[in-house]
Design a protein around this ligand. Structure first.
Ligand SMILES: [Zn+2]
Length: 168
């Protein structure tokens, strides 16, 4: 089922997601729905906050057409344990339609979490996968790329988004 993607200024995007402690059928359905929603958008990643759920769940597929090199990732309770280097790149976000910002991220990250079967997992990532992991983990902490943009760019987008949501 494709879920509704929450967009700015929905307060759930500012919320801090809680650790997943119970891996049950409802959680598996939610993960499947998040994957479906990500592909339908289409996007390369989605955090649970973006579908209105404050649980630490992210899904990422940076290359949906080539499933060999980077498979689909579904990760629970992710945390960055090591971050090295820095790289800048332009990012967009499904929750911030029409917004792009150049964001500085760690170039290489080592992320720990739990997979959808409850098994401890470690992912070492560089490039786009490293960016996607940091972007989605930020969402779970209540942060978006809007926080990383320049104050001017941020206030222009906020004005535009608030005008649009008032008109709806
Ligand atoms: Zn995003």
């Amino acid at each position: 089922m494709v879920l509704k993607i929450r967009t700015y200024p929905d307060p759930v995007l500012r919320g801090k997601a809680k650790e997943v402690t119970n891996i049950d059928g409802a959680l598996q359905r939610l993960i499947d729905n998040m994957i479906e929603t990500m592909y339908a958008a289409p996007g390369v990643g989605l955090a649970a906050n973006q579908v209105g759920i404050l649980q630490q769940i992210l899904v990422i597929d940076i290359n949906p057409r080539q499933q060999t090199e980077y498979p689909l990732i579904a990760l629970l309770n992710p945390r960055v344990v090591t971050a090295e280097g820095s790289a800048e790149g332009e990012e967009g976000c499904l929750s911030l339609p029409g917004f792009n910002a150049v964001v500085e991220r760690a170039e290489r990250v080592f992320v720990k979490g739990v997979d959808r079967e409850g098994k401890e997992t470690e992912i070492e990532a560089t490039g786009l996968l490293a960016v996607a992991l940091q972007h989605e983990i930020d969402h779970l902490r209540g942060r978006t790329i809007l926080d990383k943009a320049s104050p001017l760019k941020r206030s222009l987008y906020k004005k535009r988004a608030l005008k649009k949501s008032a008109a709806e």
